[in-house]
Design a protein around this ligand. Structure first.
Ligand SMILES: [Zn+2]
Length: 482
């Protein structure tokens, strides 16, 4: 009953927002002077042209709850490149990607291509001497030259119509916990047959932690996805939300390598916790302002005082890099798998304090409860950064690690992220994926998205999106064929 009332409440809110939006658009359509510029997105969302005498009120759909979602220019140019018989690729290098005059990587440098630049691969007429090097054109400047192929993954799927994905905003990296909660409710109301939500235990600082279930809850194949367990890695929450919106919006029309999404997601159930650590996210985004109580503010100040050093001098920067929860516990060191071996820190801190005991925090307890609630065939934990995938908790290549490697290979095949094949001996345990492999004997991977140090800037979103968008479909396709 309570759920029913809440659902009604959400629907009511959406109608209210829509009515308000319609009124605002109608008024602005009447008051906008013809010379005023109309944002590019307005055209696609049904904005009225200024020549029309008596503009009708704007129709209800598509809903506009955010800004531009995926660059429509890039989407269009992907199609143009394909139509010309070339192969669209997206530059996603660690640093700028050098384009050189010859196949030889030491030949003359023509230009440095920034991350996120769309490229057209010109198919080679004869067998290249080095298959790792390909000839590309940068469509903006028209310049042609050679690059290393692995730094520019192929965009191997149709372009998305951004007007169909209006909810989760991607025009700013500052995607907040408040926005996330609103978006979860909105998406569940928009796609009631595909998405539902339930709240987990609240965070240390009293924030709501929503979980979503996507696909078919009765499906035998179940996948668990969680993101933003580390505060400053909040772009992972934005990515997971956008992916959820994308698959819901394209459920009926999308496909992966010829298999309709409908088929993939009717046979799988996806449990998604898009922001496992909302307090940490809020602290990283807003510093002390992100703390909800004076007790939390005190923890933050004490942590800074304890960690202060020659390199850590300023509290604002220190909090911007916050990974832990509101009690200064690094949640990804708080799980019961080699927990006792983590002794880097003995006090609440920005990072690496494992807590007073395993699973001492409500946020880590949430993940344990959800993982144990069902028999998940795969788990994916999103972190940033590094453009790589970890699959082996303790480096022993156990049976569970090898099952995890299969998942890693699927995600790597789509994203181009490299797989960390040898886990270095000094890597700490106590992570969520460590626990589910070593203690639950289940398959799971950690995916590190992004290139530059956290928090990631918004320019990283597009390459991350292009690399990850099709990963869940690919994973579903693999799991149901097993
Ligand atoms: Zn992390």
């Amino acid at each position: 009953m309570r759920f029913f009332l809440r659902r009604k409440d959400v629907i009511f809110r959406i109608f209210f927002v829509l009515a308000l939006l319609t009124a605002v658009l109608w008024v602005s359509a009447h008051t906008l002077r013809p010379t005023e510029t109309v944002p590019e997105t307005a055209e696609e969302s049904g904005e009225i042209s200024p020549e029309e005498e008596e503009p009708e009120p704007v129709p209800a759909g598509p809903m506009v709850a955010g800004e531009v979602t995926v660059d429509p220019m890039i989407a269009r140019r992907v199609e143009e490149i394909r139509a010309a018989g070339e192969i669209p690729r997206i530059a996603a290098p660690v640093e700028d990607l050098p384009m050189r005059a010859e196949e030889n990587p030491k030949s003359k440098l023509l230009m440095n291509i920034p991350t996120g630049t769309l490229l057209a691969e010109i198919p080679a007429e004869e067998e290249p001497a080095d298959p790792a090097r390909i000839r590309v054109r940068e469509p903006e400047s028209g310049r042609e030259g050679y690059i290393t192929a692995s730094y520019a993954p192929v965009i191997d799927y149709p372009a998305v119509d951004p007007s169909l994905l209006p909810v989760v905003r991607t025009d700013t990296a500052l995607y907040t916990w408040e926005e996330l909660c609103e978006d979860v409710d909105l998406l569940c109301a928009m796609y009631p047959d595909l998405l539902s939500t339930r709240d987990l235990r609240p965070s240390t600082d009293g924030r709501r932690i929503p979980m979503m279930v996507f696909g078919n809850p009765d499906a035998p194949v179940k996948v668990f996805v969680q993101a933003a367990i580390h505060g400053r890695e909040y772009m992972t929450a934005q990515l997971v939300m956008k992916m959820t919106e994308y698959y819901a919006a394209y459920f009926a029309t999308g496909s992966y390598r010829g298999i309709p999404y409908r088929e993939l997601f009717e046979q799988t159930e996806w449990t998604i916790i898009p922001m496992s650590n909302p307090d940490g996210v809020s602290i990283s985004q807003f510093g002390e302002e992100g703390a909800r109580t004076s007790a939390t503010r005190l923890i933050l100040r004490r942590a800074f005082a304890a960690d202060r050093s020659k390199t850590i001098r300023d509290q604002d920067t220190y909090l911007k890099l916050w990974k832990a929860n509101a009690r200064g516990v690094d949640l990804n060191n708080n799980f019961d798998a080699g927990w006792e071996t983590i002794q880097e820190k003995d006090h609440p801190s920005q990072a690496n304090y494992p807590g007073p005991r395993p699973v001492s925090e409500p946020e880590s307890q949430n993940l344990v409860d959800v993982e144990l609630s069902q028999d998940y065939a795969a788990s994916v934990s999103y972190h940033s950064m590094g453009n790589l995938i970890y699959y082996d908790a303790d480096g022993k290549k156990s049976e569970d690690a090898m099952r995890s490697l299969v998942i890693a290979e699927i995600i790597s095949g789509i994203s181009g992220y490299s797989i960390e094949m040898e886990r270095s001996a000094d890597l700490k345990l106590g992570g969520f994926t460590d626990w589910l492999q070593l203690r639950c004997h289940r398959a799971g991977v950690t995916v590190e998205v992004g290139t530059n140090p956290c928090p990631l800037e918004i320019r990283e979103f597009l390459p991350i999106w292009f690399r990850n968008r099709e990963c869940w479909a690919a994973l579903a396709a693999s799991l149901i064929s097993e």
